[in-house]
Design a binder for this molecule. Sequence first.
Ligand code: NAD
Length: 293
Amino acid sequence: KGKKQAKAANKEIKQTAVLGAGIMGGGIAYQSAVKGTPVVMKDIAQPALDLGLSEAAKILGKGMQRGKVDAAKMAATLNNIVPTLDYSAIKNADLVIEAVVENPKVKGIVLKETEQVVADDAIICSNTSTISINQLAENMEKPERFCGMHFFNPVHKMPLVEIIRGEKTSEETINTVVAATLKMGKTPIVVNDCPGFLVNRVLFPYFAGFSKLVLDGADFVAVDKVMEKIFGWPMGPAYLLDVVGMDTADHASSVMSDGIPERMQKIGDDPVTCLYKAERLGQKNGKGFYNFG
Ligand code: NAD
């Protein structure tokens, strides 16, 4: 077993494929490309592919302004990203990262389709935030080559990647994904499959505590100031919820309430749900706890 693990850990990922060119898929494709691994970026809609590529160009443009990226690096990175609407284009990928919409049915179909196209020894990962890896693995032909690979938003800035081990995930798969994460310049942590994995398991009880404070009359701006100025956190909970998005946060918090009820405070009129219902989604539509210009 030891020998096998060492061999798998050295398996080089020569080509990545990312399914879904949205906020996360676009960011993951950029990260693979900038670290020198060619990536096929597949979506079902051309405008999504255009947006994914333009986001990558924007990040590189900012790097050029700051003198961190030159024209050759920019061209090489963009050349490393091959956008496609065609499944067959992912057939040579050694690592496929699924980042389509957070819907178990859609993900189930996409994962099945992926298995039909890629080589037998290709690794397949999901970037899901809230769906159980064991549940997604249920309908896969080879669940041993599947695990979670959970990036954080914005991908090019956030160092952490949670690698989620399902019950059937092989050690070879974990070792290869850890090595691929390091090659992408990120910090991997391996966790077992559970509601919220590690980060959201810590974060959502904190959000629930914050919501309770607000319902008890606390001023959210004051809470943010305390977390930023006294605790030294990069941002307080209200601002962070605006970054995450009220739709995403509302959904994730109900998953967490089902999964770890003992750690989630029951809150009547949760401010997050109220803002979501009032279509104040946060930064993504310009208004949440705060207004964005
Ligand atoms: P998004 O809505 O920005 O992008 C999803 C993309 O998937 C869209 O471009 C859509 O056209 C595409 N798509 C839908 N069906 C497809 C299919 N069958 N094949 C290929 N592409 C398809 O979503 P997002 O915010 O990038 O989230 C993607 C995944 O990442 C979700 O599972 C989400 O939970 C997870 N995630 C999101 C965040 C975040 O902060 N946004 C953070 C971590 C993880």
